[in-house]
Every structure is written in C-alpha cells, then in structure tokens.
Design a protein. Structure first.
Ligand SMILES: *Cc1c(COP(=O)(O)O)cnc(C)c1O
Length: 360
C-alpha cells in the first residue's frame, strides 16, 4: 500500500520530503557513520543540528533576541503545570476556556494558585471564540492564558485577547508555523510539535527572557524550571534528540516552501476548498461559527451518527485516514496541517461530493 491522505489531528502528517531525507540518513548521518538516534547529544554533529534548528525557527518566526527557544519534553500537557509553577508569582492567573485543552490547563493551574476562568465558550460546546476585547482581567494576574487554535473543536482566535497589559501565554500546538505571528505580543508561546512540526516527544517553548527567573513556586522540580533549560541550551539532560532533528528538517522545508506567509496562503487556500463545500452541502455541515473557523482542524457532521460512521468507514477504504471526530464531539474532523498537500483536500472534497450524491 502506498501513502494515504492522513487527516489525523496528531500525531499527524509530515512532509514526504522530510521523511525521505530522514530515511536516507538513517544509517549514516552526514558521514558520521551513525544514525542521529545513536549519536551523543554532546557531539559536535548534534550541537550543529540543534543550533541550526533553533536558528531556522528564529528566522521563520522572526523571534526577537530577548526570547529564548527551548526544546523540551513532557508534551504540551506538562506545560499546563510548568506555566503556573514558573509564572505564578502572585499566584493569580486568568484563563480563557475555549476547549478541552484550555480547560485542562486551567484545571491544572488551580493546583498551584488562584486560576480564574474569565471567559468560556463551554455553553455552546466550544463552537466559538468569546469576545475578548474587554474582559475582567485581574489587577494582579500574573498572566492571561489562551489555547490559540482549538484542535478538537476547530476554532481559532482571529484577534488576540486584550490582556490589559498582562503577559499573554498561548498554547499553539495545532497552529504552530501555520501563519506568521508577532512574537512580541506574547510572553510565552508553546506547543507540542506532533500536530504541525514533527514527531511526538518534543515541545517547543518560546519565552521572553524576563519571565525566566529563579523565583518559582516552592518545590518546583529542577526539570520543570524554565531557567534550568534556558541556562543549558535545552541540554541540561538528554534532549529528545531525534525529534528535534526532524523538527529541524521541517523548518528547512517551510523555509524552502517560502516561509510562514506562504504557509498561510496555502493553508487558507486548502481550508477554503473544504469550507466552501461544507457551506453549500445539503448533507455535511461545519460545526463552528464561521468567523472563528480554524485553518487547521475542520470538524463537520451529517446530522446522523449512522451516516457519520458510514462516511468514516468508506473514506478509510478510499485512502482517507483518521477522519473520525474527537470522541467527545463525534462526527468528523479533517486536520489539514502544513504538510497536507492541496491535492489531499481536493480529493477529500471530491469524495464527499460523491458520498453526498449516493446518500441523498
Ligand atoms: C494535542 C494538544 C495538546 C496535548 O498535547 P500532548 O503533547 O499530548 O500533551 C495540548 N494542547 C493542544 C492545543 C493540543 O492540540
């Protein structure tokens, strides 16, 4: 069997070119006679891999010098704890709850201090982004937290919340490198890479230097302090070395593709094909408020659980994998990350049209 069109929400599709390159280098990376997997992370060859990855990411995102780039482990979920442990100086933080990941982060923060939900879209199954232009932000909040793209529900902030001067912390796991960002608007940008950048096991944290201090909550383990990793160039202990190497290749691929502006244009084009079809379909419909639609995760339903299941099954047989919606929302979800080619989206829409005709 050849490669399928993989619409998984994560771990997700990676550029074929990157996979082929990694395969070609598997036994002998760049004349070292070994795989990157087998290499000391203290070796010159590996130092060059991680340094190049960081430099390319800095270039792609235009990351200012007063931000550190950390390559960590523990998944995005570990950041749910690391953020309050390191940033909750006043033990106060405001959370905007736009889905399960934001809610998990909010609940985790409550273990460490006074976390407040200042807005939520839970009332309508997270199908929209609340108006965040004038929230009741606490005077002494240490930060305001968002999940910028809601992987499960398929919503995305089109404008960042007005934090009233407080530090903005954003989980961008499922929209990382999907479009240009102004890093200076954030104190912390972080994400697990397994959605849009690389293999599971790496989390990238981009953090403003003044937020990296020794003044962390009492009992914060060494490994969970940003300072530990910042002071050691993400090499305090063995980093997720092979994963970082693949991320580096994806950064190079994005650069070659034309950078984040180009990614954005491509992503808009792909998403439009799918949303335009959904908007006129008599069978399928999108589940979120149009203005808040994600470019990356597109949930849709037929309105009948039976037909949904039939669609997922027939799609799979036709080579469209992982279209089943998240277990908590049902229906379908097509994740169309950077590495999903436009042909994949076009083919999916053709298949949906055919299914609609057959099941009218
Ligand atoms: C997948 C996901 C997570 C969880 O990531 P893990 O690496 O499994 O901990 C958190 N936030 C968002 C937005 C996600 O999409």
């Amino acid at each position: 069997m050849g490669r399928v069109y993989n619409f998984s929400a994560g771990p997700a599709v990676l550029p074929e070119e990157v996979l082929k390159e990694a395969a070609a280098e598997m036994l002998d990376y760049n004349g070292t006679g070994m795989s990157v997997m087998e290499m000391s992370h203290r070796s010159k060859a590996y130092q060059e891999i991680i340094d190049t990855a960081e430099a390319d990411l800095r270039e792609l995102m235009n990351i200012p010098d007063n931000y550190k780039v950390l390559f960590l482990q523990g998944g995005a979920s570990q950041q749910f704890a690391m953020i309050p442990m390191n940033l909750m100086k006043n033990k106060k933080a405001d959370y905007i709850v736009t889905g399960q990941w934001a809610k998990k982060a909010y609940q985790e923060a409550k273990l460490f201090g006074d976390a407040r939900a200042v807005a939520s879209s839970e009332d309508k199954t997270y199908s929209y982004i609340p108006d965040c232009s004038d929230l009741d932000i606490s005077e002494d909040a240490d930060y305001v937290y968002i999940c910028e793209n809601n992987t499960i529900y398929g919503t995305k902030y089109k404008t960042l919340p007005n934090t009233k001067g407080k530090t903005l912390v954003a989980d961008v796991s499922s929209c990382f490198l999907s479009e240009p960002v102004d890093v200076t608007k954030y104190g912390v940008i972080y994400g697990g890479v397994q959605k849009n950048i690389g293999p599971a096991g790496v989390v990238i944290v981009i953090i403003r230097e003044d937020l990296i201090t020794e003044d962390v909550l009492p009992g914060t383990p060494t490994m969970l302090r940003y300072k530990t990793h910042a002071d050691n160039g993400s090499m305090y202990n063995t980093p997720p070395a092979y994963g970082i190497y693949i991320c580096g290749k994806v950064f190079k691929w994005i650069k070659k593709m034309g950078g984040l502006q180009k990614m954005k244009e491509l992503n808009e084009k792909k998403a439009k094909i799918l949303y335009d079809y959904l908007d006129q379909s008599k069978l399928f419909k999108g589940t979120v408020v149009a203005k808040d639609r994600s470019l990356m995760n597109v949930p849709f339903v037929t309105g009948s659980e039976e037909l949904d299941a039939k669609f997922v099954k027939e799609a799979k047989a036709a080579g469209f994998e992982n279209l089943k919606g998240h277990r908590t929302v049902g229906g379908m979800r097509a994740s169309i990350y950077n590495a999903m080619p436009i042909e994949g989206v076009e083919a999916l829409v053709q298949f949906m049209k055919k299914f609609e005709e057959e099941n009218a």
